[in-house]
Design a protein around this ligand. Structure first.
Ligand SMILES: *[C@@H]1O[C@H](CO)[C@@H](O)[C@H](O)[C@H]1NC(C)=O
Ligand SMILES: *[C@@H]1O[C@H](CO)[C@@H](O)[C@H](O)[C@H]1NC(C)=O
Ligand SMILES: *[C@@H]1O[C@H](CO)[C@@H](O)[C@H](O)[C@H]1NC(C)=O
Length: 358
């Protein structure tokens, strides 16, 4: 098994290098890429908000080009930044907060917001955030502006939008910053984990009803973050959190099936984040698995101007919740091109973007 994983890793390294080189110049594989999500994708949307869930300070961004904080919750690039590179975009997809106007919005925008969830109240314990409904409203405003930029009527604009790739990664905070905070939120008293997953998926299914190419990113192993492990003084992952997330993921897969059956001019895929996290990270070069690289504050973010670890490529986690760029590279690669057939269902992004019957 270890050998097999090591081989994968070599394949990744070779392919990452060749893909990034082949995609630097030329036309992107889709004309536009729109991103909805939480802190795993946020690239600065929370910076102007009154919230503790923002990271526009050092050492965040230490490995990002320029070495300065941008609002990304990691040391360098996020998974969607790297995906955009694989897709052939020369520049990162900018945040809605600073780039909601101007001709470049036709190429895509990032609406993601740290601490946000499917439910509006999720993440309020940390302050303001842009919940999924508001992210979708921001996108409606964008579609309207794109129509003016392209000088197209409503129908033509929607035809253009259908060629875009969408990624939506939501739900982690509906557990971490809602259900599993019983002192602040009533949801764990109102619903069993099974019922809660159902309530979330049902709300999610009404929100994401769009006729496009959409990658729905499944929940990760939320019970294996340094935060989850340290809070319980355990050394192993917290099963209660992982099994709740698993219930959500199973229902998300069924939702993908339903949407693909019901919406003939759309294609949805499920990105198996949990599946990608199983296996032995040490076989692909990681040495520190359950402790973050930077010293953290009480909410698990790096302390201001703290000194992070030197060997950041050997850490899975950057702070108590968010992966390092090193892990994001692997996740982005496996989301773009499945290495294991279970990485994406029913296809990966490299195949999704090639569909032209929509
Ligand atoms: C974890 O361990 C620390 C120190 O050993 C202790 O102070 C703390 O109360 C423990 N927390 C829990 C949740 O058991
Ligand atoms: C798909 O269609 C079936 C049958 O009409 C319906 O029961 C189901 O709710 C639809 N699902 C979604 C997610 O639209
Ligand atoms: C996700 O990955 C796990 C581990 O490889 C696998 O057991 C599971 O079936 C996958 N889920 C889907 C929907 O493919």
């Amino acid at each position: 098994m270890a050998n097999e994983t090591l081989e994968w890793f070599m394949v990744i390294v070779v392919l990452v290098v060749s893909i990034s080189q082949s995609c630097v110049h030329g036309t992107p594989q889709v004309p536009c890429f729109f991103i909805f999500g939480d802190s795993l994708a946020d690239n600065g949307n929370n910076n102007p908000l009154a919230t503790l869930a923002k990271v526009n300070y050092s050492p965040y961004g230490i490995d990002y080009p320029g070495g300065l904080p941008t609002g990304r919750f990691t040391n360098g690039k996020t998974t969607v930044d790297i995906l955009a590179q694989f897709l052939g975009f020369e520049n990162p997809i900018p945040p809605f907060a600073t780039s909601s106007r101007g001709p470049n919005i036709v190429k895509g925008l990032n609406y993601a917001s740290g601490a946000a969830g499917i439910r509006a109240e999720t993440g309020s314990n940390l302050g303001d955030h842009i919940c999924l409904d508001q992210q979708l409203l921001n996108h409606q405003a964008t579609i309207f502006r794109i129509g003016s930029i392209l000088r197209t009527n409503r129908l033509q604009t929607l035809q253009y939008m259908k060629r875009c790739l969408y990624t939506v990664g939501m739900g982690n905070n509906d557990y971490i910053n809602n259900y599993f905070m019983p002192q602040l939120y009533p949801t764990s008293r109102q619903y069993t984990p099974e019922q809660y997953a159902e309530v979330l998926i049902s709300q999610y299914s009404r929100q994401i009803l769009v006729t496009r190419k959409v990658a729905l990113i499944g929940l990760g192993l939320i019970g294996c973050t340094p935060d989850a492990i340290s809070k319980t003084n355990r050394t192993a992952c917290v099963d209660e959190l992982n099994s709740a997330a698993q219930l959500f993921n199973q229902k998300l897969v069924s939702l993908v099936d339903q949407l693909n059956t019901n919406l003939t001019d759309a294609k949805f895929i499920f990105v198996n984040s949990t599946g990608m996290s199983t296996g032995d990270p040490t076989s692909v070069g990681f040495k520190v698995l359950s402790v973050g690289c930077c010293p953290v504050n009480s909410i698990g973010q790096c302390v201001h101007s703290g000194t992070p670890c030197q060997n950041r490529n050997e850490y899975v986690f950057w702070d108590s919740f968010h992966p390092t760029e090193a892990l994001n590279r692997i996740t982005a690669f496996r989301t773009y091109t499945s290495i294991d057939p279970t990485d994406n269902y029913p296809m990966d992004i490299s195949h999704l973007v090639q569909l032209d019957y929509l």
